[in-house]
Design a protein around this ligand. Structure first.
Ligand code: CAA
Length: 255
């Protein structure tokens, strides 16, 4: 199997498991992630975590040897699969955390970009080196990176193909935290910082932010008003203010 899917506490953990190829994403791995998402959708978990097997790499990108074997139409289908799987992760019902150990390059960086959060050890190294292969990043990198770090920083990273070390990644907003020790334990500890909140409120907020960045301020404010109204009419949205007034902890129903 090219991935392992496990459940740890309230978390689903997908571990890319091709260490001999630095966890590169071949077609079978992308399909396995897609199938794992189907399975996790039926679980009651509060977050989805991704990591890579071994110390060296989170994921070194699309499997280059497989790209060589493909003619252009197949490569196009491969790109579409990567884009669709990563978009599923971005809008998955529960937030996702990329636990980055070592290289997160090309499609591996793009997988991390599709996650809601990125935490990494000091060995984490991000990059979109496709330009060095004469390729355009194909799993969302040219679109998600500028949305996260701004156009100037994204152009610098994509056009030089250079690697971004953990401290710079933290500074430009690519990493949310630099963590120490076991990366998956650290990612679970990070995730516990939000998993006690109403899952409905979290989902609506993510939806408001992600839909809002792709639209005008006026349209974004309308999206926010609609989603805010849904939250106010929800059981959790009534219980939270009630508990505040009563000076007690809220009994969040949709955890
Ligand atoms: N695909 C397939 N195999 C890969 C791979 C990849 N992306 N990255 C590494 N490997 C393999 C190597 O071929 C090598 O295999 P062998 O031992 O059988 O020779 C093994 O993993 C270890 O790699 P290295 O010997 O190269 O390890 P290193 O420590 O010297 O270098 C590295 C590490 C800098 C990450 C280097 O492996 C590297 O540059 N990898 C390619 C990174 C890259 O260009 N990624 C973008 C891919 S294209 C893409 O992702 C398109 C897209 O947008 C979807």
């Amino acid at each position: 199997m090219s991935i392992q899917l496990t459940r740890r506490d309230d978390f689903a953990v997908i571990t890319l498991d091709r260490p001999a190829a630095l966890n590169a994403l071949n077609y079978a791995t992308l399909q396995a992630i897609d199938e794992a998402l189907d399975e996790v959708a039926a679980w009651k978990v509060r977050a989805l975590l991704f990591t890579g097997c071994g110390d060296k790499a989170f994921c070194a990108g699309a499997d280059i040897s497989e790209l060589l074997d493909r003619d252009i139409p197949d490569e196009y289908v491969g790109t579409r699969l990567g884009q669709s799987v990563f978009s599923r992760i971005e809008s998955f019902p529960v937030p996702s955390v990329a636990a980055v150990n070592g290289y997160a390059l090309g499609g591996g960086c793009e997988l991390a970009l599709a996650c809601t959060f990125r935490v990494g050890t000091s060995s984490a190294k991000f990059g979109l080196p496709e330009v060095k292969l004469g390729l355009v990043p194909g799993y969302g990198g040219t679109q998600r990176l500028p949305r996260l770090v701004g156009v100037a920083a994204a152009l610098d990273i994509v056009l030089t193909g250079r690697m971004v070390a953990a401290d710079e990644a933290l500074r430009i907003g690519l990493l949310h935290r630099i963590v120490h020790g076991d990366v998956i334990e650290a990612a679970m500890a990070y995730a516990r910082g939000f998993t006690g909140h109403s899952m409905l409120a979290m989902r609506l907020i993510r939806d408001a932010v992600l839909r809002g960045v792709d639209t005008s301020l006026q349209d974004g404010l309308r999206i926010e008003a609609d989603l805010s109204t849904i939250s106010m009419n929800s059981e959790d949205g009534k219980e939270g203010p009630r508990a505040f007034i009563a000076k007690r902890a809220p009994r969040i129903l949709d955890r």
